[in-house]
Design a protein around this ligand. Structure first.
Ligand code: OGA
Ligand code: MN
Length: 275
């Protein structure tokens, strides 16, 4: 039986693993299974001031699963999240400020993301996490039944419009070139657990008046992200956080984008479509 020293960070979300260094993450044979288990139970795992570098982060993540590739980046397994002028995705990162699931528009969304703080904001720039398993569990029986029948259209435009409310024609055309996806509002996981799927990519509810559907989606998000349900992580340089992208939404908190903040993200590719 493997035991890791842990400390809960919140009632619903978050656990800190203590007394583990990079060397152990790379070599302990029992560790990957123990971490995946903690991720399923707590949705967010924190290693405080681990100071893992990119090659070690990639090697560690490979022990947990298969990694997504971001070919525009120096190391394709490591996406740099920053607003530095040479960052190829900088125009899209402002939308991280809205509650979202990574890869909600992909055929199979990411299983988990691993984020390490390399440069932190002097003020703000925390990351917040809210469990979408807890959001489902908090519904009334009637809501569980009704919401189980609803389907939601997710688009890139829906999330980008929050950042760019007056887009150019080129922006709208670029957004429209990305696949939209119709997903159930309630995800029945292979494990038997159920979570809710909404957030900033959710455009509207199928078969419902657009405004009425949007009001419902907004209300669900408000309930799921009430302050007492959220784990907010205030970063120190070297912190690494892993989140279960399948049962959780997250967002970045605002900070001065003229000043540096740089996070290095590796993404474990998903194993299960939302259904
Ligand atoms: C992400 C993300 C939030 C942050 O990397 O997917 O949403 O706080 N990041 O940088
Ligand atoms: Mn994200």
């Amino acid at each position: 039986m493997h035991t890791l020293a842990t400390k809960k960070l919140g009632d619903l979300v978050g656990v800190e693993v203590t007394g583990v260094d990079v060397d152990r993450l790379l070599t302990d044979d029992a560790l990957p299974a123990a971490l995946l288990d903690l991720l399923e139970q707590h949705s967010v795992i924190l290693f405080r001031e681990l100071h893992i570098d990119d090659p070690a982060q990639v090697a560690f993540c490979r022990r947990l699963g298969e990694l997504a590739l971001f070919p525009k980046y120096r190391i394709p397994e490591v996406m740099e999240i920053s607003f530095e002028p040479d960052n190829p995705n900088k125009e899209y990162f402002a939308s991280n400020d809205y509650w979202h699931i990574d890869g909600a528009l992909d055929a199979i969304p990411a299983k988990a993301s691993v984020l390490t703080a390399h440069v932190t904001a002097a003020q703000g720039g925390e990351t917040e996490f809210a469990s979408t398993y807890a959001a489902y569990d908090a519904l009334s029986d009637e809501e569980k039944e009704y919401f189980g029948t609803l389907r939601v259209v997710h688009t890139f435009e829906a999330i980008q419009r929050l950042t760019y409310p007056n887009p150019t024609e080129d922006q709208v055309a670029e957004w429209a070139s990305r696949a939209a996806r119709e997903l159930p509002l309630v995800w029945e996981h292979e494990s038997g657990r159920r979570s809710m799927v909404f957030g900033a990519t959710a455009s509207h509810i199928v078969g419902m008046d657009i405004d009425e559907g949007r009001a419902l989606l907004r209300d669900l998000e408000r309930r799921a992200t009430a302050p007492d349900l959220v784990y907010r992580h205030s970063w120190s340089v070297g912190d690494t956080v892993i989140w279960d992208n399948t049962g959780l939404m997250h967002r970045a908190c605002t900070f001065d984008r003229e000043k540096p903040r740089r996070m290095h993200r590796s993404t474990l590719i998903g194993t299960e479509p939302i259904q």
